[in-house]
Design a protein around this ligand. Structure first.
Ligand SMILES: [Zn+2]
Ligand SMILES: [Zn+2]
Length: 336
């Protein structure tokens, strides 16, 4: 526990990409160790695990090569990612706390030991992060110009842990600011209730629960392996199979499973789609793009032109008073 440098810090922000890959390998090794029946399990070798996570046929494809490029981009730029939150969580928390004091005065804080306040703060910041993830992701699919940047992630035609890094910088900036706002609000509410500042329990400067959730779940979220949590468990936690469904081009899978680790916000807002235990045959990608989505121009520059076009067509439609013919919602969200 201690004063955090930045409450919006998340593991995906500071972890070097190589650590991401290592964590995905460890998570896979653990899953295979415990999921495969004793008699059928074989000794786990690094080469075998690497091949399982990054099959040559995927790595050699245009989509796989683009993921490698994003991974390398992440290796050089992930260290600066924290600066991408234009307003910090503390900035939001300070203003929110000020507003709470104006609205409700300064009532006596809840009398509780320090560890209780820290536990509540840890839980609140974890839930705030999960909610911000769900909200940002959901908006990225529903708001036309945001989709144009987020679709870069969905143009991946195969999923490996490297696909974690296939995120347009504008998409990243939007997420960090939304996460900062959400964390700031949660921090101010807990601070107001308990009369204590601080960021809760931390591991490596990251919220302890977010750290554990990221290590155990998020790094393996993108995987071509069908690692599924069906049934009751799948209504609480999102497995890699949940996220494969999110990437599926099938219309019935559109706008489903927006969350990070917890399935609760998808459940609350009616966007949860449970995977089956047995592998579902899915196709990934975005259909109908007129340029190469894997090259640097298509992946980095074209989204700006597409977003500009989208804003212009939405503005025209608003002026005419009718729905934009060019909206991405459902049918126009070419796929993902
Ligand atoms: Zn998405
Ligand atoms: Zn994804």
């Amino acid at each position: 526990m201690g004063g955090p440098p930045d409450i919006t810090t998340t593991l995906s922000a500071w972890a070097p990409p190589l650590l991401t890959l290592a964590a995905a390998l460890i998570a896979l090794a653990l899953m295979l160790r415990f999921a495969v029946p004793r008699g059928r399990s074989r000794p786990l070798r690094l080469k075998v695990l690497l091949r399982a996570l990054l099959p040559a046929r995927i790595i050699r494809s245009a989509s796989g090569r683009a993921d490698i490029a994003w991974f390398l981009f992440g290796m050089f730029f992930s260290a600066s990612a924290l600066g991408w939150a234009l307003w910090s969580g503390e900035w939001f928390a300070g203003h929110m706390l000020h507003g709470l004091h104006i609205a409700f005065g300064s009532p006596a804080p809840i009398a509780a030991p320090a560890w209780v306040a820290s536990t509540v703060m840890t839980l609140a910041l974890f839930l705030a992060y999960e909610f911000a993830y769900w909200l940002n992701h959901s908006l990225s699919h529903r708001v036309g110009w945001m989709w144009e940047f987020h679709k870069v992630h969905h143009t991946a035609e195969s999923l490996t842990p490297l696909t974690n890094f296939r995120v347009h910088p504008v998409d990243t900036i939007l997420f960090f600011n939304m996460a900062a706002a959400s964390a700031g609000i949660a921090m101010a509410l807990v601070h107001f209730a308990f009369g204590r500042a601080g960021g809760g329990f931390l591991i490596h400067g990251t919220n302890a629960l977010t750290f554990l959730a990221t290590i155990i779940f998020s790094y393996l979220q993108h995987s071509h392996l069908w690692i599924s949590l069906p049934g009751r468990a799948g209504r609480w936690l999102l497995s890699p199979a949940h996220h494969q469904i999110h990437h599926s081009v099938e219309e019935r899978h559109h706008d489903r499973n927006f969350g990070s680790t917890l399935a609760i916000f998808d459940r609350l807002f009616g966007t949860l789609h449970l995977p089956t235990a047995k592998r579902e045959k899915l196709r990934f990608g975005v259909d109908g793009i007129a340029y190469d989505p894997h090259g640097p121009i298509g992946a980095v520059l074209m989204p700006f032109a597409d977003a500009r076009r989208r804003i212009a067509s939405d503005f025209d439609a608003t002026k005419k008073g009718g729905p934009s013919p060019d909206r991405p919602l459902q049918s126009l969200r070419e796929n993902a």
